[in-house]
Write a protein that binds this ligand. Structure first.
Ligand SMILES: *Cc1c(COP(=O)(O)O)cnc(C)c1O
Length: 444
């Protein structure tokens, strides 16, 4: 434990309510609660809305928002610096037409919204583990986007080593380059197998007590509150910026898979920021719209789609939404809608939105963002902010043939793609991974 929790400090409890309440830094370093649940605030802090203004930038808003969450914690005195370092890129809110706006979350180094969470978590780990003089090892099994954001954020972080496991031949060339171009404290492993094999190795590694202790294993999962809180910050910022300009509460339509991004919007609304409705766009993986229609929660195996970062059949962060709505589907229906969008529609919408106004939006969007763009068109005339989760150049193999043109890479991504790459090939077994990793980090 990093600190005693005293009265007045914000505590975190598990959604399953079968373990002790902890401080924010313990919730961040534990990731998953010991009873297998997810950490949520015991109660949401009172936020003083008058402390926020539309002139504040994203890092100032993030700091002001998170202050009450970190009050009394060992990270409190570092929070301003953590926010300054993590929120070091723009979050443009663009007007598309009178009632549609686009929130671009892809201006970070790996060009997807996952940079916010990964960078914030990395800054927190830096402080926590430097204090403990410990070296932790983060294991990430990745099918694409997450591994790149985590590797980039933790590269050269002094207290943390990272091992990235990806399925060989199952990720795109650009994705592979982003997973294998780091070196130093980041090692990459191409597993001869599929994504499930990578996850199996990670699980087995955590269960191997000796191995776990010798490497001090930890995870940087999207269920970690250190990745969620920074995602609340951009909804707070967008709602304040929008409200001050239009005197109207915006609603959000969010491309969703594991629902971590969307939990940020729900928490921002719960805290009292000016947010009207929240709509979750999914790809052909449609457990969420089915739940809202029928009231039965029935997780499924995931289906592969063009919006592959949303290929989730059992979204883990739903547990946080069930908790927020007290397992009452009627309550949830009032607070949120959801729609499933097929690959055919994704393709059509990418083409349509790229066309000039007024028919299109004059914007090239990625396949994930396309699900939300389509959903927006089915919604009413209120003010809707469509959340854009990744730069289209990350999905060149899908977007370029549809539009019949090259999409220019953002500068930061092109720098990453120009770095030399290296990875070890391993068999889909823990032993193969063990042999390689012990060699790897010892030699550094
Ligand atoms: C991860 C990801 C999503 C899904 O976000 P969740 O938090 O899992 O709902 C959507 N779009 C892109 C580009 C992503 O990388």
């Amino acid at each position: 434990m990093f600190c005693q929790i005293e009265e007045g400090f914000m505590k975190w409890r598990s959604t399953r309510k079968n373990c002790a309440e902890v401080s924010i830094s313990d919730a961040i370093s534990m990731g998953l609660a010991p009873d297998g649940g997810l950490f949520v605030p015991v109660s949401f802090p009172e936020v003083d809305l008058s402390k926020f203004s539309a002139q504040m930038n994203i890092s100032q808003i993030a700091f002001e928002l998170m202050k009450p969450f970190f009050k009394g914690d060992v990270l409190e005195n570092y929070l301003e610096n953590i926010c300054h370092n993590a929120f070091s890129f723009d979050v443009p809110l663009k007007k598309i037409n009178d009632n549609t706006f686009l929130l671009e979350l892809f201006h970070g180094p790996t060009a997807a919204f996952k940079d916010f969470g990964a960078r914030f978590l990395s800054e927190c780990f830096k402080v926590l583990y430097e204090k403990k003089k410990a070296t932790k090892t983060i294991l990430v099994a990745t099918s694409g986007d997450t591994g790149g954001a985590v590797a980039c954020a933790f590269h050269k972080n002094p207290g943390v080593n990272v091992a990235v496991l990806f399925p060989l031949g199952k990720v795109s060339q650009r994705q592979q380059a982003q997973l294998t171009c780091w070196g130093d404290n980041v090692l990459s492993f191409g597993v001869s197998g599929v994504f499930d094999d990578c996850q199996k190795i990670v699980k087995a590694a955590f269960q191997d007590q000796q191995f776990n202790e010798s490497l001090q294993l930890t995870s940087a999962n999207s269920i970690n509150v250190g990745r969620l809180l920074p995602q609340v910050a951009y909804y707070v910022a967008a709602s304040i910026w929008h409200f001050s300009q239009h005197q109207k509460k915006p609603s959000f339509v969010i491309p969703s898979g594991n629902v971590g991004n969307a939990v940020g919007a729900f928490w921002a609304r719960t805290l009292g920021f000016p947010i009207d409705r929240i709509a979750l766009a999914t790809n052909a993986n449609q457990v969420i719209p089915e739940y809202l229609n029928h009231g039965n929660w029935q997780p499924k195996s995931s289906i592969a789609t063009l919006a592959n970062a949303m290929d989730v059949g059992n979204p883990s962060n739903m547990e946080r939404l069930f908790d927020l709505f007290e397992n009452n589907v009627d309550q949830m229906r009032k607070g949120c809608g959801s729609l499933s969008v097929s690959d055919e529609i994704i393709q059509k919408v990418i083409v349509q939105k790229s066309q000039n106004k007024p028919d299109g939006w004059g914007e090239v969007i990625c396949p994930h963002t396309a699900t939300a763009a389509y959903y927006r068109d089915q919604l009413d005339q209120g003010h809707w902010i469509v959340v854009s989760t990744a730069h289209p150049a990350k999905f060149d193999l899908i977007v370029e043939p549809l539009l019949n043109k090259k999409i220019e890479l953002p500068e930061s991504l092109s720098q990453i793609l120009n770095r030399p790459t290296h990875f070890e090939t391993i068999d889909p077994h823990l032993n193969s991974f063990k042999l390689c990793i012990e060699k790897g980090f010892v030699n550094e």
